[in-house]
Design a protein around this ligand. Structure first.
Ligand code: FSO
Ligand code: SF4
Length: 517
């Protein structure tokens, strides 16, 4: 096996024996074969208009190769067979030999991998929009185009051009998902989310799929079962069409990397709708369920398309386990008992006048977007410390699961505006971009001239796709941590530093000083 697509990769170089994530070598090899088959499908589709089912298969196939999504070799094989059958229907083409993905000149491997991982991330977002009935042909066709490009030779300039073009395509994809989410569930509104679990049966739902949450809420209504979000599902509480369900009670636990500790000894089932799934411990393996792109050998999988899923096994498990006998007070990482969410673009732009006035009056000196993914490395305390050290006249925008490092801290307000605003899931980087563009408009300057610094944490391929979008927008001086991607070769890094002044995070003190002077 060879895999270096995520931040925790072995030795900062690549997993070759087994994944740090728990991925077994035969599953890694099968995922490479699936990728090769998807390249074949993309080739077969060239010059044709693939149908909706082919598009869905393309998205699902890519989604299943993301970090911490699918560890089930049988499911990966099944997907590969479906992809190959679909390819034949389109007239056939050669698959890309799996081994060639990671071979060749280090800079070419680096650029090819960057594009591939970005496309994987975008496919996940495209899929979430797709299940809500939204599709953008430009975005979908870029999945095919990107995969064809992965299987071809290009000059360095061409690769860089493709990567930037991809970034623009992913911007459209995030816009599409934003449209899909807000059309289906309304615009998020600021919402306080409790960390206390009420007594009685409950279900924990994790991942990013808001439609799965809605269907689960519908199917559990009036049954005396409460629903708690976990991880990237937390922002669901801000959406009017989800928060209206009285049994959507609060949030359980924190970010994905704490699940093996947090799910132990909990008298409730957990439903995984997307990443990040860690190998389940025997102490709780019998009460977790996967659905959609997620899979793990031996773990019960809820099948069926959205709208037709049968959650009965999860519901029965919740009733059987019964929950806690008394309300259980849990807290965030810093001991806080509430998380605030719902500061997506509509809410923030709704107070844009107030924000610009506060900047002009000197009450707000700087904005930080401290966002992205969480992970296991001890160095990720950087983000907690950074937020704690941010001066009182600064605003922190956040998104993604990295926020659990600090989202239970009370860091106060500026003129009635909370200093910490959670914009949502990682894909809601779209909201942050919209806010930055609006602020730049209000101040009649470019985004790079704003008193705004992006301090990002990355972990897996969705974060890669977002980073490429930010770069394609010409955003400079991004601080990136906790370590730089293993798939970025020294020469490619030089290009990124030259063109975009990307900076690896150092210490919160030094970075804060460099930013604020
Ligand atoms: Fe996190 Fe996992 Fe959003 Fe990722 S739960 S790490 S980029 O899949 O999704 O921030
Ligand atoms: Fe290693 Fe990350 Fe790949 Fe898992 S996804 S095998 S941890 S690089």
């Amino acid at each position: 096996m060879f895999c270096f697509q995520c931040e925790q990769t072995t030795g900062g170089k690549g997993c070759t024996k087994v994944g740090v994530c728990g991925k077994q070598p035969e599953v890694a090899d099968k995922q490479d074969e699936l990728t090769g088959a998807l390249v074949g499908l993309a080739r077969a589709a060239q010059g044709k208009t693939p149908g909706k089912e082919t598009d869905a298969l393309m998205m699902q196939g890519l989604f299943a190769t993301l970090t911490n999504v699918n560890f089930d070799g049988a499911r990966i094989d099944e997907l590969k067979n479906l992809v190959q059958a679909e390819k034949e229907k389109l007239g056939g083409a050669a698959d890309l030999a799996a081994g060639t993905l990671w071979q060749g000149d280090p800079d070419v491997v680096s650029l090819r991998s960057t594009l591939l991982f970005g496309v994987r991330g975008m496919a996940a977002y495209a899929w979430h929009a797709f299940v809500l009935g939204q599709k953008d042909d430009e975005v979908t066709s870029w999945l095919y185009k990107g995969l064809r490009a992965v299987g071809e030779e290009h000059s360095t300039e061409e690769w860089l051009g493709l990567v930037m073009e991809f970034g623009q395509s992913n911007l459209k994809c995030m816009a599409l998902l934003d449209e899909a989410n807000t059309t289906a569930f309304g615009h998020p509104v600021p919402t306080n989310v409790s960390t206390t679990i009420e007594k009685g049966p409950f279900i924990v739902i994790t991942g990013h799929d808001l439609q799965d949450l809605k269907e689960l809420l519908e199917k559990t209504g009036g049954k005396g079962i409460n629903i708690y979000t976990h991880g990237e599902m937390l922002p669901a509480h801000g959406y009017p069409e989800l928060k209206k369900y009285p049994h959507l009670k609060g949030n359980f636990g924190t970010a994905w990397q704490n699940q093996q500790k947090e799910f132990d000894a909990v008298p409730a089932p957990v439903l995984y709708t997307t990443n990040c799934l860690m190998p389940p411990r025997p102490s709780y393996a019998d009460r977790i369920f996967t659905t959609d792109a997620v899979g793990y050998p031996g773990i019960k999988h809820i099948t069926g398309e959205h709208g037709q899923k049968d959650f009965t096994p999860v519901i029965n498990k919740a009733i059987e386990l019964g929950g806690w006998a008394e309300d259980k007070k849990l807290t965030g990482i810093n001991g806080g008992s509430e998380f605030m969410t719902g500061f997506a673009r509509n809410t923030v732009l709704g107070v844009a006048g107030k924000v610009t006035e506060a900047v002009k009056a000197g009450a707000i000196k700087h904005f930080f977007l401290v966002g992205g993914c969480d992970g296991t490395k001890a160095g990720r305390n950087y983000y907690t410390e950074f937020v704690k050290k941010a001066p009182q006249d600064t605003i922190i925008l956040t998104l993604g699961c990295g926020k659990y490092r600090f989202n239970d801290l009370d860091i106060g307000e500026i003129g009635g505006l909370p200093r910490l605003m959670d914009m949502g899931q990682c894909n809601d980087a779209y909201s942050a971009i919209q806010v930055a563009v609006a602020l730049a408009g209000a101040f009649n300057c470019g985004v790079n001239e704003l008193p705004l610094t992006l301090v990002l944490s990355w972990y897996e391929q969705k974060a890669v796709s977002i980073l490429l979008t930010l770069l394609s927008l010409g955003i400079k001086n991004i601080y990136l941590g906790p370590t730089l991607p293993a798939f970025i070769s020294p020469n490619v890094l030089n290009v990124l530093v030259d063109k975009f002044s990307i900076k690896p995070t150092s210490t919160p003190e030094a970075d804060m000083k460099a930013i604020l002077g």
